[in-house]
Design a protein around this ligand. Sequence first.
Ligand code: AGP
Length: 608
Amino acid sequence: MCGIIGYNGKKQVEPIIIDALTTLEYRGYDSAGMAVTNAKLNRTDVYKCAGRVKDLEKVCESKTIDSTCGIGHTRWATHGGVCDANAHPHSQGNVTVVHNGIIENYKDLIDEFNLEGSLKSETDTEVAAAVLNYYYNETHDPKKAITKAVKRLRGTFALVIMFADIPDVIYSIRNVSPIVATLSEEGAMLASDLTALCRFTDQYFVVPEYTIVELHKDSIAMWTLDGKEMQPEYLTMSWEKNSAEKNGYPFYMEKEIMEQPKAIRDTIAGRTKSGIPNFEADQIPDSLFTECERICVVACGTAMHAGLVFQSLVKTRLNMHIEVELASEFMYSDPVIDEKTLVIAVSQSGETIDTLEALKYARRKGAKSLAIINVKGSSIARESDYVLYTNAGPEIAVASTKAYTTQLSIFYLLVYKMAHIRGIMNDDEVRECIRNLKRVPEVIGSVLDEKNAIHVIARGVLEAKDLFMIGRGLDYSILQEGSLKLKEVSYIHSEAYASGELKHGPIALITDNTPVVAVVTQTRLMSKELSNIREVKSRGAQIALFIKADLMQQSTREFDTFVLPNLPDELMVFPASVALQLLAYYVSSDKGFDVDKPRNLAKVVTVE
Ligand code: AGP
């Protein structure tokens, strides 16, 4: 959702802001803007418009911007429609702000501070600017003004603030919505997202909540609300410098699909010892896995789908009680949670507010928590008792791909670990599983080598309005993700069904030439699965079959078929998922869509 950048240094700020906002485009937005210090005239100049960062560039083109200090924003509309006036930054008096999050009590504040008539936009953000301005007029002190103002704000916010008469400092404060910052030779910077900083430095820190940050040209200061100075706790980014760039691919989604062998290798690396899963380096005690009696996974979208695969594995391998909950529904569904529950929060960004709130709720109920996260130091990672990072590198495309398969990799390690320490699998059995897991990158590599064959299958569904995906067992778990992927990027209405469920209703939707994607990788379910495929075929469906090589037989050659390279059935989710990702990708790119930025979607979802 909204993106933030702030820079105070020696260089001209305009290109830095434009560049960073372009990097942040993937988060999803509808307007862009920037505010820069105009030191000569002792004022803050604001440039903004509805539309893309390119449109903002055009707005700035005709102006002479000479400044080395400024803030930028990409807005995802929440309060007020998409128009120039509602774009950030917003100014009131001396104060100019950009904001991520939602000020829930903005209506009350309008009444209380008598703002009706003085606001130029419909946003909650401008109200925050007005409250800050009120306290600045009262105190003439930026820190005191911020302290007083934030005590009046309810909701989530990352605010970045400029005062017109303090032209050489940028201020920031946050609650829940993230801000990361860094000091490099170029100057001091902050952003809503690491991807905007990673080309400048690999050192950064997460701004703690309710801490005032001051960005000076060559230093950063931090203060608690009661005036104590704080030192930033720097982290090192593990991402390579150019890892947030497209590197020759037309879309990030393709690049990220292609990166999966490496991402999975990097995720597994260092997490086995003598062939047995080992989380010592992650500082996770074995007791976390031996003491829990039930598991509950909370996550959204793709991350939740990774949880569904884990659910199957836990049932078959551990015979344990497990629930996988949509984080947005979790706390309203009276979940059974206690000290014996291990809650696993899964999130690529680590900032999804639904998942964060679900995790907080579970912890309040006494559950132990483990987070599976891609972005280091993110809010969910910090909220959880323990963290396992997926080492996928930055994922920029809105449609999650390498995050999913790296989350799966962690889940497989977890299941084998738990089966081992609970005495369900012996050393040799676990070693055999890990050996096979380590073959996954190479096997995915051979699916990627055959991507043109999937492109051909994709051409067959380009005109589809509705499409169905069918499978059983683990295949059904991954089809829910495959179907989401196709929906997101191709706008084709797609539904995943357990094949055995078709006859209980959905088969009524199958008519002549209805495309049906079937995945068959589970040996014990194959014959039933093939019967289900024939049921829909005989009603006119056009079948695209993704089948494990060992399960191919003469009769399956009648369909458009992609043969998946062999792995043990339990691990076939990997090649099959990658094939479905490619299918979605090619349908979207052949339709000429902006694959990386599907309509209405944001990469980081920070509103409930
Ligand atoms: C993935 O393709 C989606 N865009 C979306 O479902 C995503 O997985 C979900 O919003 C959760 O995001 P997170 O992993 O960053 O928490």
